[in-house]
Design a protein around this ligand. Structure first.
Ligand code: VGL
Ligand code: ZN
Length: 242
């Protein structure tokens, strides 16, 4: 048999006996679904009360991702969650800068900083994880943004772009080489986490229907463009094999 013959033969086999024998497995392979393994981790970013409707920095429809994430998480042995965890009077709060309003920008020693309403203050109800998240196997909750003078959108590196949260080291130490990122908000903590995951050498997927964005001046479109350029793979929850 030539290679072409073999391919035709296999294609014929696939559409007949193989599909009849194992329709589900075949459908998944054919659709190119990605299957989480023991070397994969799901990173659930900032699904906290402040970021869902009713919260102080509410992301539109932020609560709609909770059932989607719960469903995806069932396929993952390894799950890490993050929690934005600011000091009172944190440098990222507009209230810490007299005369400034939320969503304005300022220049800080480490670069440009968007100012936010007070949110996710350590130990408050707003900083708690959404009560409907149901991921009992989650192994680690990594808190970030707890240095008063430095913000941290990324789960890996603080906004000074130097200080590590320890997450890359943790994941690598556990033999994980592929991460799937979801949560809030697409254009800030999710995108920065995905971009830093790429920089740290992880194969990186972002699950678009398990994220929602804030969208300041086109920041969601820009985040997707930056992620694409960095080699982040954009998928939907349906692309993950159960
Ligand atoms: C976030 C703004 C400020 C986020 C956190 O989780 O995306 N955004 N702090
Ligand atoms: Zn924050």
């Amino acid at each position: 048999m030539t290679n072409i013959d073999r391919r035709l033969f296999l294609a014929a086999l696939g559409s007949a006996s193989l599909m009849a024998a194992a329709p589900r497995a075949f459908a998944q392979a054919a659709a190119g679904k990605v299957k989480p393994t023991a070397a994969s981790a799901l990173i659930v970013v900032d699904v906290q009360n402040c970021f869902t409707p009713g919260g102080s920095l509410a992301v539109k429809q932020g609560d709609e991702i909770v059932p989607v994430i719960n469903k995806i998480a069932k396929g993952f042995e390894n799950v890490v969650m993050t929690q934005d965890w600011h000091t009172p009077g944190h440098i990222s709060f507009a209230s810490a800068h007299p005369g400034k309003k939320p969503f304005e920008q300022i220049k800080l020693p480490y670069g440009q900083q968007t100012l936010w309403p007070d949110h996710c203050v350590q130990g408050t109800d707003g900083a708690a994880l959404n009560k409907d998240l149901s991921i009992p196997q989650a192994q680690l909750v990594i808190r970030k943004g707890f240095h008063k003078d430095v913000d941290s959108y990324s789960a890996f590196k603080e906004a000074d772009r130097k200080t590590s949260t320890g997450l890359a080291e943790y994941l690598k130490g556990r033999g994980i080489n592929r991460v799937f990122v979801c949560g809030l908000a697409t254009d800030f903590c999710v995108a920065w986490t995905a971009l830093d995951a790429r920089k740290a050498g992880f194969q990186t997927y972002v699950i678009e229907d398990a994220c929602r964005g804030i969208d300041l001046n086109g920041s969601v479109a820009k985040a997707w463009a930056d992620m694409k350029k960095a080699g982040v793979r954009r998928i939907k929850s349906d692309d993950i094999a159960a």
